[in-house]
Write a protein that binds this ligand. Structure first.
Ligand SMILES: [Fe+2]
Length: 303
């Protein structure tokens, strides 16, 4: 028997892991059960269990090969597989004003690395220091969103792809753009990422489940339909997918950890006041399956 049990979250998917002792209770059977439950439920919440970097790494290693951040400045000193997300020593992310003062770390619904052919399999966040206000994170069940599509729409998108691009700022988004005024300067010294085409329907490599793949941060146009039809289709699919019935929003306490399946779900960071400190440690579980393809014919829109 695994050394924990599961409880429902305030959502139609995801589970809370209860009773797990990560330091001494991660035997092989428990590790295998955690990996199964991660893929079965999409999101696992570990309230208060994230007591140290070592605990986070031990749990993460049950799930697959970890992927260090490609840029060394984002790695936590002494822990190359831990990614440090902190605004303690200056802004981590752009600052915007959405009408209520400067806000940072606002990232609309997305799949990590949606702009690469091989997205990562998942990630685990640990809240080290939470801001006094805001800082919530949401997840969305893309499998349930697919299941809830009408049959005509399922057939319509079955063989369609969309082009996805790296986005350096929210103002570059073509859909689901949150508005707001940018307060921090643009720093566009990012590498060039060639455009990628992804099917709208992903079949997950581990479970065979089908998901509606539509990372709103990155999606640009429907392959073969850079026209009003493609634009309307993307808007319709996004409106469907962002229905609150598919969402779980986590109010963090320090020590909480949340693990997600990056291909089964989308996630969003809702931001916090830019003058408040938020420190998160993250591990990334490497993806090894190409879900899309490079799309050189769309290079003109990525330039
Ligand atoms: Fe993300």
């Amino acid at each position: 028997m695994p050394n924990y049990h599961l409880q429902p979250l305030d959502a139609r998917f995801g589970r809370e892991v209860v009773g797990l002792d990560i330091e001494s209770g991660l035997d092989a059977e428990t590790a295998a059960a955690l990996k199964h439950d991660w893929l079965e439920h999409g999101v696992l919440v570990f309230r208060g269990m994230g007591t140290s970097p070592e605990v986070q790494l031990k749990l993460s290693r049950c799930l697959g090969e970890l992927e260090p951040h490609p840029i060394e400045m984002f790695r936590l000193s002494g822990y190359p597989e831990l990614i440090l997300l902190s605004n303690e020593n200056g802004p981590l992310a752009p600052i915007y004003d959405f009408g209520e003062g400067p806000v940072t770390q606002c990232i609309p619904w997305h799949t990590d690395l949606a702009f690469k052919p091989t997205p990562n399999a998942g990630a685990l966040l640990r809240m080290v220091r939470k801001p006094a206000q805001g800082g919530r994170t949401g997840w969305l069940d893309s499998a349930a969103a697919y299941d809830a599509l009408d049959e005509a729409t399922k057939a319509e998108i079955e063989n369609l792809e969309a082009v996805y691009l790296f986005r350096a700022g929210l103002e570059d988004m073509r859909y689901n753009q949150p508005g707001g005024t940018r307060l921090s300067p643009r720093k566009d010294n990012y590498p060039h990422f060639p455009p990628v085409a992804n099917p709208f329907v992903w079949t997950l490599p581990d479970t065979g489940r089908r998901v509606l793949n539509i990372s709103t941060l990155n999606i640009d146009h429907v392959v073969g339909h850079r026209d009003a039809y493609g634009d309307a289709l993307i808007r319709r699919l996004i409106e469907h997918a962002l229905d609150p019935r598919f969402q779980y929003v986590h109010d963090w306490e320090e020590g909480d950890m949340v693990l997600w399946d990056n291909r089964r779900t989308m996630h969003a960071a809702f931001g916090h006041p830019a003058d408040q400190i938020r420190i998160v440690h993250r591990t990334t579980i490497k993806g090894k399956v190409a879900m899309g393809r490079l799309c050189p014919e769309a290079e003109d829109v990525a330039a």
